[in-house]
Write a protein that binds this ligand. Structure first.
Ligand code: GLC
Length: 505
């Protein structure tokens, strides 16, 4: 019996306010938990562009006071959205506040993001104090929600109603730890996580490391792939938190993300011109021609390599800059890239397109339709990330039979099997060293195998048959929630709080 009550708390949740992978996971995981019979709900801010005529809401609490000692108390409302027609859509509680959310149309990127997200955590505590519905577990996502486990253990620890709530803190990207500059702090500014959380209006808040606190105080910590949960114990991937993570490694687990198999389905997708499944992959040809026409590329049989990515240094774009011209000239590839971000990369790829108009296509801003044209029409997708906690694009593209050429890290390593020419098994091409030669040799291997139609067809089929649906991963989360409850009760019941103290050393 799945009689659990779970509250997923996140700064972004698709479709209300989705920026990237975090928004997708927050929504589709919660939705899958509902399908598994769990009472899973969502808590998030009500940003300015969330449309109440599309998502009709009822006011649950008006004038919820979030106390502040340094400034004036902050007054919020709690609104509830429930899709009465679709029982699989989770109930969403929105925290409404004019100054911090309503007036802002973006999710992130404001100078007071520390205040905005501490408000989210404090707002949740004040809401739950009043609420009849109390979750067994709060699943917090990334630094924005890192103060929730901390508040439950300290400021709100004597609240009877909140005592039994367990916490799972999910790391989606360790690089972002709050406004705290975790790479260049001076010793005086170091946050050991044990001092009280600063008041919302106290400038000291900017120096507190939200991510560290989430990790320290949660009953369980998860990452979005198993491999990343091991990588972050090392200096190379730990972003300065590797010592803490090693200390708490017994409560650290990795669960690979999934993707939504209804939304991402080449058999029914209305955004592509030819639908197909693994039994009739020749129909991908029509989508390839459509993609080539869309970007004014030569319509021919050259291998087309796509990239759908944020233009961010995490994504290994400096390697791409070094290899893409030789790959065009020597291997005869075409290249299509979709995604927005860093201005220097936008300038580079625009000038590349001007240099090779028939071989390079770009759309240098985010888009929802073009990625599907890439997944269904390109032969390969490039993912040379420096680090990749999970990555979603490789799963989406494999579902559409577009073969990943990727670095052997994090979720990429956990979802892609390197093609082995002897056993003829595999569904992608992996490289290990973060270096342009290693990337170029993976591209060359992919292109050589592409030339053999029989082999390539098998690789495509094998990629399309992999199961990345949320069903598998959501069951692992359910286990983790149960574990969190056991651990929490154990800590709560033992007077000396032995385990808890152990983490705090
Ligand atoms: C972050 C990670 C990415 C992951 C996503 C969702 O954006 O960088 O690897 O897929 O979160 O978990």
């Amino acid at each position: 019996m799945n009689n659990l009550k779970i509250l997923y708390t996140s700064a972004e949740v698709y479709p209300y306010a989705g920026v990237g992978g975090l928004g997708q996971v927050s929504y589709f995981l919660t939705k899958q938990l509902k399908k598994e019979g769990i009472d899973a709900r969502i808590f998030m801010p009500k940003y300015g562009n969330i449309d109440e005529s599309k998502y009709p809401m009822e006011i649950l609490y008006e004038g919820l006071i979030i106390p502040s000692e340094k400034g004036k108390d902050i007054i919020c409302n709690i609104k509830k959205y429930e899709d009465k027609e679709d029982k699989d859509t989770p109930i969403v509680y929105f925290l409404e506040n004019m100054e911090f959310y309503e007036k802002r149309s973006n999710v992130y990127g404001y100078i007071d993001d520390d205040m905005r997200f501490l408000l989210l955590s404090e707002g949740l505590m004040e809401f739950l104090k009043k609420s009849d519905w109390i979750p067994d577990v709060i699943n917090c996502a990334d630094w924005h929600t890192g103060h929730i486990p901390n508040l439950l253990r300290t400021k709100y620890s004597s609240e009877k109603k909140l005592k039994s709530i367990s916490t799972v803190f999910s790391i989606h990207n360790l690089m972002h730890q709050g406004l705290f500059d975790h790479k260049n702090f001076n010793d005086l500014d170091f946050d050991n996580g044990k001092e009280d959380i600063a008041d919302i209006y106290d400038p000291k808040l900017k120096k507190q490391n939200f991510m560290r606190r989430g990790i320290m105080y949660a009953d369980i910590v998860t990452t979005v792939s198993e491999k990343y949960s091991k990588e972050i114990l090392t200096e190379d991937f730990g972003e300065g938190l590797e010592h803490l993570l090693r200390e708490v490694r017994t409560k650290l687990f990795g669960v690979l993300n999934g993707i939504d198999y209804t939304y991402m389905n080449p058999e029914t997708d209305s955004n592509i011109i030819a639908n197909y499944n693994y039994k009739n992959i020749v129909r991908r040809e029509l989508n390839k021609q459509d993609l080539q026409k869309e970007f004014n590329l030569a319509v021919d049989n050259s291998p087309v390599i796509g990239m759908v990515t944020r233009l961010d240094s995490q994504k290994g774009l400096d390697l791409v800059e070094k290899v893409i011209e030789p790959a065009i000239r020597e291997l005869g590839i075409q290249f299509v890239i979709i995604g927005g971000g860093d201005g220097s990369f936008i300038r580079y790829f625009s000038s590349l397109e001007k240099l090779y108009p028939k071989r390079v296509g770009t759309h240098l801003m985010p888009d929802f339709i073009l990625p599907k044209k890439v997944f269904s029409g390109a032969d390969m997708i490039l993912l040379p990330s420096k680090f990749e906690p999970s990555g979603i694009t490789q799963m989406e593209s494999m579902r559409y039979g577009c073969i990943p050429i990727a670095r052997n890290v994090g979720g990429l390593a956990d979802s892609i099997e390197d093609f082995n020419p002897i056993t003829q098994k595999g569904n992608g091409f992996l490289f290990t060293e973060y270096d342009p030669y290693a990337l170029m040799s993976a591209i060359t291997r992919a292109v050589e195998n592409y030339k053999n139609e029989t082999i390539w067809k098998e690789i495509v089929k094998s990629a399309m048959k992999r199961d990345f649906s949320w069903e598998n991963s959501s069951l692992k989360y359910i286990d983790i929630y149960r574990k969190a409850i056991r651990l929490h009760n154990h800590i709560k019941d033992s007077k000396e709080e032995i385990i808890y103290q152990m983490y705090m050393l």
